[in-house]
Each structure stands twice: as structure tokens, then as C-alpha cells.
Ligand binder design. Structure first.
Ligand SMILES: Nc1ncnc2c1ncn2[C@@H]1O[C@H](COP(=O)(O)OP(=O)(O)OP(=O)(O)O)[C@@H](O)[C@H]1O
Length: 266
């Protein structure tokens, strides 16, 4: 069953510049897709458009149907219902999602309270549970900490806990590990893979790094200058890129060998 269906999505600035041009893609429940392309190719804007979170001055035309709701042109009231329940996002920089002045526990509590109507002791238990699920040791201490008192990896886990809190059908991960150092990055990708598998969630994984995408998904769409240039199985894209741009991406993938090995192991 189709969960996300994007048809002819075009994103333009008010001065008429086209940033994403006639993009179409679809994702079934539980399915995973990588969105690959170099910086500026339109990946993040596409991810934001799915949640109706486009920045001021950028307008969308075309269609984005998410779990039966048309997102393009939807009222904020409808979008609020969709966010968290149907789709949630984890960004590259967890500080985008986290309020620097609020303890982590309160931030994780917010979606749980709003969506599940939990309060008091039940809410406190759910917060600790959510922090444990993202494998944060000492969840009680983390719950009492402010973002600046945590490591980058811990902050990203808290952001992931918030995104997962309402059990969304689709998790959009926009370069969620790029800001982390390599060993923390590998751990985070492993965790993401496990949590999403356990929950049977669909994933749209945005990255410029083929090796990273290969850890999470085996199908990808390649974007260049706002357009989809190629889509297919990651292994096929790596082994026989049909488009010169994909070829260049593959050529520049520093850890191509590991991408292939991981792809084969899946
Ligand atoms: N608020 C904005 N107003 C005008 N142009 C924007 C805005 N946000 C992004 N853009 C432009 O839209 C294009 C696509 O940006 P987008 O952030 O989607 O790319 P990306 O592929 O995600 O790149 P990165 O990996 O660097 O995040 C870029 O040319 C960018 O400069």
C-alpha cells in the first residue's frame, strides 16, 4: 500500500527560480528509499515539503500525498495532525530540533503528551522508555540535561527519540549522521536501522554519501539540480550507473568498496 506518493512536485522561489523540478517518487508502507545528490540538489527542500515545512518564500505545486492527506496547499491545522503521526523528521543538526533552553526530558515529553495524552507518572515513564529505546544509557540523567550538557551523539539520539515518540509511519532522516564522528555515525546508523525495522517504518533517507545510504536502504533516487536523474537498486546504481552524474557520484564515493560490501550483506 502506498504511503507516500509525490507527483510532479515543483518548488519555486517567489522570484520564479525553480529549486525542485517535476519530481515524482513513491514509497510503500515499510519501504526505504535513499535520496542522493550533491549539496544544493534539492534533497532537503523535498524532505521539508513532505511535512509542509517549506521555508517562507518557497511555494510548492504538484501533489504530495502522505497517508491519504494532500500536503500541497494543506492548512496548518491538517499539517499539525500529519506531523509526528504520519511522518517525522530527524535533521543533520540535532540542535535544529532541540530547544537549547529546555531539558531533554521535557522535549521528549511534549510529543508524548500531545499525541498520546499521557501525563504525570505515566508520562515520566514513557519519556525514560523513549530514551532507553534509542539506547541512551542513564536515561534519567539525560532527561534532566540541557542540550549543551550532552554529546553530539546523545543529542542526535534524543532528537531520534522525539521523532519516534508518536510511532510515525514514515521517518525522514536528513543527513542524520553527517555531523557525527565516524564511530558514532556507524552506531547511529545501526540504531536507526534496528529501530525502524522493529517498527516496520518507511524511511526516506537523505544523504550525499552513497556508503551511508547503503547502510540503511537498498533503493535510491539520485537528484541533480532539483531533478530526479535516476532511480533504482543501490547496487545497480553503483555497479552500472546509467547517468553520467550518477557515475560521477559513484566515482567520488570514497568508501565505495564498503558500500558494495554492505549492500551485498543486506
Ligand atoms: N529558503 C530558501 N530560499 C531560497 N533558496 C533556497 C532556500 N533553501 C534552499 N534554497 C536553495 O534550493 C536549492 C536546494 O536546496 P536543498 O537544501 O534542498 O539542497 P540539498 O540537496 O539538501 O543540499 P544540502 O545537502 O547542502 O542540504 C539550493 O540551490 C539552495 O540554495
Amino acid at each position: 500500500m502506498t504511503l507516500l506518493d509525490i507527483r510532479g512536485l515543483t518548488l519555486r522561489t517567489t522570484d520564479g527560480t525553480t529549486l525542485v523540478d517535476d519530481l515524482s517518487l513513491s514509497l510503500a508502507r515499510g519501504e526505504r528509499l535513499g535520496l542522493i545528490g550533491e549539496s544544493g540538489s534539492g534533497k532537503s527542500l523535498t524532505a521539508l515539503a513532505i511535512l509542509g515545512l517549506l521555508p517562507e518564500g518557497i511555494t510548492a505545486t504538484g501533489s504530495i500525498e502522505l497517508a491519504g492527506t494532500q500536503i500541497v496547499g494543506a492548512r496548518e491545522k491538517h499539517l499539525t495532525r500529519v506531523r509526528g503521526r504520519d511522518a517525522a523528521v530527524v535533521f543533520q543538526e540535532p540542535l535544529t530540533a532541540l530547544d537549547p533552553l529546555m531539558r531533554a526530558g521535557r522535549q521528549v515529553a511534549e510529543p508524548l503528551r500531545r499525541r498520546r495524552g499521557l501525563k504525570g507518572a505515566a508520562l515520566r515513564r514513557a519519556v525514560v522508555d523513549a530514551l532507553e529505546q534509542v539506547r541512551l544509557t542513564e536515561p534519567d540523567r539525560i532527561a534532566r540535561s540541557f542540550p549543551h550538557e550532552m554529546s553530539g551523539g546523545q543529542r542526535q539520539r534524543v532528537a531520534l527519540a522525539m521523532a519516534l515518540a508518536c510511532d510515525p509511519k514514515l521517518l525522514i532522516a536528513d543527513e542524520p549522521t553527517t555531523a557525527l564522528d565516524v564511530s558514532v555515525q556507524a552506531e547511529m546508523l545501526g540504531l536507526l536501522d534496528t529501530l525502524v525495522r522493529e517498527r516496520d517504518m518507511a524511511v526516506l533517507f537523505v544523504s550525499h554519501d552513497l556508503a551511508v545510504v547503503a547502510r540503511i536502504t537498498d533503493r535510491a533516487l539520485v537528484m541533480r539540480s532539483g531533478r530526479a536523474v535516476e532511480e533504482g537498486a543501490l547496487l545497480d546504481l553503483v555497479r552500472s550507473p546509467g547517468h553520467a552524474y550518477t557515475q560521477a557520484l559513484v566515482g567520488s564515493a570514497r568508501r565505495l568498496e564498503s558500500a558494495l560490501n554492505l549492500g551485498e550483506a543486506r
